[in-house]
Design a protein around this ligand. Structure first.
Ligand SMILES: Cc1cc2nc3c(=O)[nH]c(=O)nc-3n(C[C@H](O)[C@H](O)[C@H](O)COP(=O)(O)OP(=O)(O)OC[C@H]3O[C@@H](n4cnc5c(N)ncnc54)[C@H](O)[C@@H]3O)c2cc1C
Ligand code: SF4
Length: 507
């Protein structure tokens, strides 16, 4: 059963075995696996329930307003502000993500075991979970035809320089290459979790409440007693009814920003590490103009990668956004703006994302109703970003670009590859870069070292009896690759742990 605010006309009271807060990558998988074992599950999701019939007709700007939190402009504060968009809907951020799928790198899993004492999460232990998740969401490589010219041009440049590259894997079926992944796939080609794990959980009896915001968690002597929240009118934002859920066990899957925030707001400390150790995979965009027609909006926007420097924590992955989002940031005004708009069909773009193992941020309750997110980019990680921008610029020129804009304040468009050296000769500071980030992780890190970690290896919060966390917050270090497969696979494994120990947790 899936109910939205439209279906509810009085206060809701529920007494399930398990309550899950959040229905994204972590929460949806948890709900499906638990309900498959006959466990009674209730999911509270603050966002609404949207299908392709609705968001398929939205303009990209409208999607930002409806499918994202804060109009897609959640901000991380630091020396420079970084936009960190977060999805808010049944299906969470998977509804608006780019669909790229990577398994957790083996070296990262080994590091978690060695440094944080994470048990039973070796590459061999995780393999069956990766396989099951990938099968459920249909992970397949993007085809050269699906890639579009933006990806093909970049591949041409990478090949010319002999740099390792390839097609990314995506969770999709019959992609139309319409380029709208980040605004809700209008064809249901992208297999976000509201198309697979969630309907499967509902079939097995799970009850999903959309527009249901969890606000209060009552925890006494290490046991969660109940969760109180509001059923919100999606149009007005007003509270309509109350919702009280009294479960035997609570799973928090509100994502790496809102999971620590809801705990902190309720005075539940768990560990001094709660809310700390935030990593985000800072990313930059490099744009380029060609004489040839690119029509970058055709094809899978994030279809290909260059992993030649992945061992250094630098990944290059495709990006492209529709004109109403792209043009204002390219060249805002006047004659130059007009020229840029005319040349839009000749524009190519690619992204650089770095593994921010040396940097760190924090989530804490803000002054008003939301979290305050802060982040400090370590100079070493900034160097990686600069190198990634230089490599992407070289690739564009090797592909025949006329000009390349590195997106760095104070540096003019490059007219030839000779200009790239400026990235290394100029004294560049964090504030010179326009960064975005899409992968918040780490704010409730897992491991067996109590004091240094917030939850154990299976997501159970230290010092509590019946509180689990299963989302992007639990990963102790930056992954270096896009996280949805890691989040879903760990959630599946954690759900099985709860099932195997149901006598302990659910009686
Ligand atoms: C534009 C974009 C592109 C991306 N592309 C990729 C990609 O290609 N590949 C990839 O692997 N990853 C990608 N990601 C990241 C990936 O989608 C996320 O890392 C992943 O979905 C996070 O899973 P989660 O379960 O931690 O949280 P989410 O999926 O964000 O789910 C959390 C849910 O909890 C809900 N919630 C929060 N607070 C409350 C509350 N108080 N009460 C009730 N509900 C609440 C939220 O509304 C949300 O729906 C992208 C992200 C973005 C923004
Ligand atoms: S490019 Fe493919 S997956 Fe992305 S929105 Fe279009 S049809 Fe969906």
């Amino acid at each position: 059963m899936l109910l939205t605010y439209n279906d509810i006309n009085k206060d809701v009271v529920e007494r399930p075995d398990v309550c899950i807060i959040g229905s994204g990558a972590g929460g949806a998988v948890m709900a499906d696996v638990l309900s498959g074992a006959g466990i009674d599950v209730v999911v509270m999701e603050e966002g609404g329930y949207y299908t392709k019939e609705r968001y398929g007709t939205y303009k990209p700007i409208e999607s930002l307003k409806i499918l994202y939190r804060d109009y897609g402009s959640t901000v991380v504060l630091g020396k420079t502000s970084i936009i960190l968009p977060l999805g808010r809907a049944i299906g969470g951020t998977t509804v608006v993500n780019s669909g790229t799928c990577f398994r957790t790198p083996e070296g990262v899993l080994d590091e978690w075991a060695d440094t944080y004492g994470v048990v039973k999460a070796s590459p061999k232990d995780m393999e069956p979970y990766f396989e099951r998740v990938e099968k459920t969401i249909n992970v397949i490589p993007v085809t050269p035809q699906g890639l579009g010219k933006n990806g093909l041009v970049f591949k041409r440049g990478a090949d010319a320089l002999g740099l390792s590259n390839g097609m990314l894997k995506h969770n999709m079926i019959d992609c139309h290459g319409c380029g709208r992944c980040a605004f809700g796939c209008p064809h249901d080609a992208k297999q976000a979790v509201h198309l697979n794990f969630i309907p499967s959980a509902i079939k097995k009896g799970a009850r999903f409440y959309a527009n249901a915001k969890a606000e209060t968690i009552v925890l006494e002597s290490g046991r969660v007693k109940h969760i109180e929240g509001s059923i919100i009118n999606e149009q007005t934002g007003n509270r309509l009814y109350g919702i009280t859920v009294s479960p035997k066990l609570l799973v928090l899957s509100a994502g790496a920003i809102y999971t620590p925030y809801i705990l902190q707001k309720n005075g539940i400390k768990l560990s001094q590490e709660l809310g700390k150790n935030l990593t985000i995979h800072p990313a930059a965009r490099i744009t380029s103009f060609f004489d040839e027609i690119i029509e970058g909006y055709k094809g899978v926007p994030q279809g290909s990668y260059v992993d030649a420097y992945s061992s250094e924590g630098i990944m290059l992955e495709g990006i492209f956004v529709p004109p109403e989002i792209a043009l204002p940031v390219l060249q805002p005004i006047g004659i130059e703006g007009k020229k840029r708009a005319r040349e839009y069909n000749n524009l190519a773009a690619f992204g650089v994302m770095v593994s921010d193992k040396n940097s760190s941020g924090a989530v804490r309750p803000g002054i008003d109703s939301g979290p305050l997110i802060t982040y400090r980019l370590h100079p070493y990680d900034l160097k990686k970003l600069i190198k990634g921008i230089a490599v992407a610029s070289e690739i564009f020129f090797a592909a025949g670009a006329k000009t390349v804009d590195p997106g760095v304040h104070g540096i003019q468009e490059f007219k030839s590859s000779r200009d790239i050296a400026q990235l290394f000769t100029r004294h560049l500071r964090t504030t010179d870069f326009e960064m975005m980030a899409f992968h918040p992780l780490g704010t409730a890190r897992m491991g067996e070292l109590a004091g240094h970690t917030v939850v154990d290896s299976f997501g159970k919060a230290h010092g509590t009896e019946n509180l689990f966390i299963s989302d992007g917050s639990v990963f102790p270090t930056s992954l270096g690759v896009n996280p949805q497969i890691t989040i879903m696979s760990f959630s599946m494994r954690n759900a099985e742990y709860i099932i195997d120990n149901r006598k302990r947790f659910l009686t």
